[in-house]
Design a protein around this ligand. Sequence first.
Ligand code: ATP
Length: 258
Amino acid sequence: MSAPALDVQGVSVAYGGGRLALRNATLALQPGRICGLVGMNGAGKSTLFKTIMGFLPPLRGQVQVFGEPVRQAQKAGVIAYVPQAEDVDWDFPVSVRDVVTMGRQGRMGLLRRPSAADRDAVQAALARVSMTDFAERQIGELSGGQRKRAFLARALAQDARLLLLDEPFGGVDVGTSEAITGLLSDLADSGRSVLVSTHDLGTLETFCDDVALIADRTVLTVGPTAQTLTAGNLARAFGGRSPLHDPARIPERALEVR
Ligand SMILES: Nc1ncnc2c1ncn2[C@@H]1O[C@H](COP(=O)(O)OP(=O)(O)OP(=O)(O)O)[C@@H](O)[C@H]1O
């Protein structure tokens, strides 16, 4: 069998030497699958993404991407990351086209000048997320949904084999949400692997092959969506406060900080 797209083994992480933000987390994702990452605020989802990206060095454990150490995969442009909106400096003076072109950086030569192929890939990515008309706009002048689309276009332009998306559905309208799920499904159909965090439990079954439940800074369980989204697992992940049998009816307060 080929190596998993993503293999996180027993990873523990702390910010600035403080208490553990991730404890002994283990998760594997196979090629061509979409895995939804679900858990309460503060459970450790963003920390897991940052660890996979190599921004936070693990105290223990290891991360491999397609059988390679994460640093190597990063250098080769194998991983694309769409950060949470809060993690982006929206005052940075760059246009949407600049952001999307950054997705091509790993492919550009020493001079870092985009080739015709790079420009075409950027144009195609912008069109795929319906952002062509906003290409020259500064990123700080976009709406929340347009910002998400711009960063999705950057990931598309990169043509990465593994995509990590931290809450792409937060604050977007139904149209954008459906556009994103459609895009992710197309990517998975073409063999890409996707790890996507979301608070929208109701849509997990519509587009995620797998679900990883994360709670109290570790991965509780990961597996095929139908088998994993059980009342018992949801109760464990949401501190016993999830409504049984109907994940779509999880109350808002179950998603708040404990
Ligand atoms: N920069 C930081 N410095 C110190 N601790 C942090 C930092 N960022 C997060 N943490 C802590 O690490 C733990 C995991 O946080 P993380 O941001 O990964 O949760 P999350 O699941 O992404 O939450 P949310 O759903 O609110 O985005 C929490 O206990 C949080 O308080």
